[in-house]
Ligand binder design. Structure first.
Ligand code: FUB
Length: 479
């Protein structure tokens, strides 16, 4: 895309300024800026890989160093797994190229796919080509099987989308301003070079295939801009894409194969608050979802974007009606069981918290200050209800001494029914399970953890939590 000049926007602790009673659940991640969503379903879990716009960086430019992933099983609560790969995993990307940014920037739009138990992550490094990383697990670690880009820089090489058809043939498509594709070999890290230009197919950029650009642009003959996404439904292939001119609407074309020939179908989403957008379409639990990004989080702009999701419906003839973005996001497709360990970074909405890799493994919440909170949706306490609560916390205060901080546990809304309070004890920086009595929690509710303590202080870190239907023994009651 062409780079517009945007005014600098300050990002401080603006997430904490969100209205306390908000129920808006788009964008789906509030602890960081995310962009270029790439959803995939595996073993009943929906993974959304994405880029990550840094809070702080060069003004008027993308600042992207790594790729992150979040998962859900209910479409409303997202478990954040943090960064799963970074530019440093692509050794060839470390090469300085005149006119481009150093090797610590340029982690643009990726897509990840699973084949025969291995995970393949395709990602461009701005100006340096498209690379591939491989892992045994969706959360990594990812390593580079190649010492060079899979697709060299000179082929408009950004924004890869990958698709494996019913016969096991894999395809990779990408490009800005042109649309290209290759047939990947079974190893997923090389491609069939017997066709096209040494294996590369340059797709015809015609108005019939990719829509008319209005107003016309001498350099770009069609509405196609970037961000292709391959998807199949009822024997028809769909190519969703970010269209132009900027700010980008989303559009789509259809065709009989993953390499077309494409026929333009129309627009799918009007331009949003960021000057880019990027589609990711996936079927999950009987519905189809469109992931996209905007600039809706506080402090957001074209370089501080946020991934959102809404349901995408099809007309009976397979054409795609416009998707209206919502603040509420899709309806839940499951409930959350509070009687099993739940990671604190499993969140429907949050205000004023961040995540970090935990010394106990996985991620934990950090930056918890007075009045910060997290909301978890559709929590099923059952008919019997909860009697006790446990949270794994780490507080810098001296072990066993009161830290002065507490967690208020409430139902329905931030100032809703108080079902328990956990006064946080110091742990001397270690992780420790702390307990609270609970009363009045039965049935299905949204759950709020409201963090209270001295103003301006980082109160504690929060790793995971779990409710119990058994009451605490008398000597363990904390409140
Ligand atoms: O995120 C960086 C670039 O912006 C992506 O590669 C494009 O798709 C656009 O979203």
């Amino acid at each position: 895309m062409k780079k517009p000049i945007f005014p600098a926007v300050l990002l401080l602790s603006v997430l904490a300024l969100l209205p306390a009673t908000t129920l808006a659940l788009n964008p789906i991640i509030q602890t960081m800026y995310t962009a270029d969503p790439a959803p995939i379903v595996h073993n009943g879990t929906l993974y959304v890989f994405s880029g990550h716009d840094e809070d702080v960086g060069e003004k008027g430019n993308f600042n992207m160093k790594n790729w992150v992933v979040s998962t859900t099983t209910d479409m409303v609560n997202w478990t954040q797994h943090g960064a799963i790969a970074s530019l440093r995993d692509l050794p060839w990307a470390a090469k300085e190229i005149s006119g481009w940014h150093g090797f610590d920037n340029g982690a643009w739009a990726l897509q990840v796919i699973e084949r025969d138990g291995k995970w393949y992550l395709y990602a461009p490094v701005q100006g340096r080509g498209i690379g591939v990383l491989v892992a045994d697990n969706p959360l990594g670690p990812y390593t580079s099987p190649l010492k060079k880009p899979l697709i060299a820089a000179e082929h408009d090489s950004i924004d890869p989308t990958v698709y494996i058809d019913d016969k096991g043939q894999a395809y990779l498509a990408w490009g800005n301003p042109n649309l290209w594709s290759v047939k990947l070999n079974k190893d997923m890290i090389s491609y069939d070079t017997s066709v096209g230009e040494n294996g590369l197919i340059r797709h015809p950029m015609t108005i019939k295939a990719l829509g008319e650009r209005i107003p016309a642009d001498a350099k770009r003959g069609t509405s196609y801009e970037e961000g292709p996404w391959l998807y199949k439904r009822n024997e028809r292939y769909y190519l969703f894409f970010a269209a132009g001119p900027l700010p980008e609407p989303l559009g789509y074309s259809t065709g009989p194969t993953p390499q077309g020939p494409w026929t333009y179908g129309g627009p799918v989403m009007a331009p949003q608050s960021a000057f880019t957008n990027h589609p990711g379409v996936v079927d999950y639990k009987g519905k189809t979802y469109l992931f996209y990004h905007n600039a809706a989080l506080p402090g957001g702009d074209g370089f501080k974007r946020s991934v959102c999701v809404d349901e995408l419906k099809f007309n009976p003839d397979g054409t795609v009606p416009m998707v209206q973005p919502t603040k509420e996001g899709p309806a839940p497709v499951g409930t959350l069981n509070p009687y099993k360990r739940v990671e604190a970074e499993t969140i429907a909405w949050s205000s004023g918290v961040k995540i970090e890799p935990s010394s106990a493994g996985g991620q934990n919440l950090r930056d918890i200050h007075d009045k910060a909170y997290i909301q978890v949706r559709n929590v099923d306490f059952g008919a019997t209800g909860a009697r006790a609560f446990m949270a794994s916390l780490s507080s810098a205060a001296k072990a066993k001494e009161a830290s002065g901080a507490k967690i208020e546990i409430r139902l329905g809304k931030l100032d809703g029914q108080l079902i328990g309070t956990l006064p946080v004890s110091g742990t001397g920086g270690e992780w420790q399970q702390q307990l609270a009595q609970i009363s009045g929690a039965s049935g299905v509710h949204d759950l709020f953890f409201l963090f209270r303590g001295a103003a301006g202080e980082e109160l504690f870190k929060f790793d995971y939590w779990q409710f119990s239907q058994r009451a605490l023994p008398a000597d363990k009651t904390a409140d």
